[in-house]
Design a protein around this ligand. Structure first.
Ligand SMILES: Cc1cc2nc3c(=O)[nH]c(=O)nc-3n(C[C@H](O)[C@H](O)[C@H](O)COP(=O)(O)OP(=O)(O)OC[C@H]3O[C@@H](n4cnc5c(N)ncnc54)[C@H](O)[C@@H]3O)c2cc1C
Length: 456
């Protein structure tokens, strides 16, 4: 049984940036980082590589798992803000949280060969334009690396850190025990022990983490899920917004239900993609930095927030049920023209042939009103008409809606300002803690836990 000072389960954004910081600090600690996914060189999704059209359930899933976690094949958008992307500031305070995100940004840029622009919402008139139309643009600085460059940067981070920490890929943590002041991590490649154990297992490890918290009687809360669609339209319609801020995070409170709906993950001239979360096919989007790989379309999600009260506790199951329904009807992702949706008819192959907006994802034409509950769908339709006021053309009949996009939240576990759970020596960082939901914040939590544990 090999023993370490510290073990991390998960080499996602949080685990990787912890490794970065340990290396920077020239740590004397022995550190093992295990991950169920592939190393950075083997990470390629057969859909985005153009080998297959729909998800073939690779094990491990290269979109969600492996070095760099869910961020590696993502759009590589780093939002430096506490207005969205998590609540790191609740634990660390606003100033510290932002400082750490800036630190992560500097580190990423130092590994980047190209010139990645930092966009800022504060220096634009868009906020006023939004306010005049009852829309709220959230403040953020956004660094966009693009899927291709992001992966190249992460290869350099791996090379930089690999001699300071030990990595084990394709290694799944199954059980955790605690004996004589040591944590025992049971994996499919043997048992490893440590004094301090950091769970950094992200979204793909959320059920596993909940099991571990239950095992140690650590209380968790799960009451939120966001349901929505991915919108795709010609890039020109949003050009005045995306040229200025790259990603516009716009929030609207619907008239009918007073529900909050927001734009999320905007990809100018990007592609819509199918995403596999534990066998459920949902929709997402990304964009390349390489101008030769851009599409004519911009895509973004419209998400309606749902927070449930007692006695209902399993908000993620609610989201999964809706995704299952869409998978049942569409065999995967469903697609509908906005014009068809408001006229109460399904989109068909015949109607799609006449559609001026050419889809970047081969999805099944259908009827989203059979899948998404009325409350969320009405809110999405209201938001599309509202966005049409600041970006005319959004409510065109050929605007494409893909469903469903679901944003699951990990159960929130109670942690102190050192990310330590109620159990001494057991820590939770990144999205797995329920505290962060973004690359910047998850990475920042990784930097901070490395500083804390290095000083012990
Ligand atoms: C398609 C996609 C696009 C995205 N785009 C963006 C974006 O542009 N900007 C942004 O801010 N955010 C984006 N996100 C969200 C972002 O990727 C996450 O917020 C971030 O990766 C969280 O980092 P993390 O380290 O907490 O977890 P993750 O990155 O999810 O990493 C967790 C790691 O733990 C491993 N793991 C889990 N369980 C186990 C186990 N039992 N044993 C061993 N290993 C385990 C997994 O294999 C995984 O590699 C995107 C997410 C997706 C899925």
């Amino acid at each position: 049984m090999k023993s370490y000072d510290i073990i991390f389960v998960g080499s996602g954004a949080a685990g990787v940036f912890a490794a970065y910081e340990f290396t920077k600090l020239q740590t004397k600690k022995s550190i093992l980082i295990i991950d169920g996914g592939n190393d950075i060189y083997k990470r390629s999704c057969p859909i985005t590589a153009g080998k297959v059209e729909t998800c073939i359930n690779c094990k491990p899933c290269n979109i969600m798992q492996g070095f760099g976690g869910a961020g590696t094949l993502s759009d590589g958008k780093y939002n430096i803000t506490t207005e969205f992307g998590g609540d790191l500031h609740r634990v660390l305070g606003e100033k510290k949280a932002l400082e750490l995100m800036e630190y992560v940004d500097k580190a990423m840029v130092s590994f980047d060969k190209g010139e990645s622009k930092l966009y800022e919402t504060t220096s634009t008139n868009l906020k006023t334009l939004c306010l005049k139309n009852n829309l709220h643009l959230l403040d953020a600085k956004v660094r966009h690396f693009g899927t291709d460059r992001n992966q190249e940067i992460l290869k350099k981070v791996y090379a930089y850190t690999k001699d300071s920490v030990s990595y084990m890929f394709n290694t799944i943590a199954r059980e955790i025990d605690y004996e004589n002041g040591k944590y025992l991590v049971h994996t499919d490649k043997g048992i490893f022990t440590c004094d301090n154990l950091v769970l950094a297992s992200g979204r793909s490890g959320s059920k596993w983490m909940s099991k571990i918290f239950d095992r140690f009687s650590i209380e968790t809360k799960s009451n939120k899920v966001d349901i929505g669609v991915r919108v795709e339209l010609p890039g020109e319609i949003f050009k005045h917004l995306t040229d200025e801020v790259y990603e516009a995070k716009i929030v609207f409170k619907s008239d009918k239900y007073n529900d909050m709906v927001r734009t999320f993950c905007m990809n100018p001239y990007g592609n819509v993609v199918a995403e596999n979360t534990g066998g459920l096919i949902t929709v997402n989007g990304h964009a390349y930095a390489d101008k030769n790989k851009l599409s004519p379309n911009t895509n973004f999600a419209l998400l309606v927030s749902n927070t449930f009260t007692e006695p209902f506790r399993d908000s993620n199951e609610y989201g999964e049920s809706i995704a299952r329904l869409s998978n049942m009807l569409g065999g995967g992702v469903l697609m509908q023209r906005f014009g068809d949706l408001v006229k109460g008819r399904r989109s068909s192959e015949r109607r799609m042939r006449k559609c001026f907006t050419k889809p970047t994802l081969q999805a099944t034409p259908g009827d989203l009103s059979l899948v998404i509950p009325k409350r969320q769908l009405d809110t999405i339709i209201e938001m599309i008409y509202q966005l049409d006021k600041i970006a005319p053309g959004t409510a065109n009949e050929d605007t494409l809606l893909y469903g469903v996009e679901v944003k699951f939240y990990n159960s929130q576990v109670s942690i102190d300002q050192n990310f330590q759970t109620e159990k001494k020596g057991l820590y939770a960082v990144g999205d797995g803690s329920g505290l962060t939901h973004s690359l910047s914040q998850a990475s920042a939590s990784g930097v901070q836990i490395a500083r804390i544990l290095n000083d012990l």
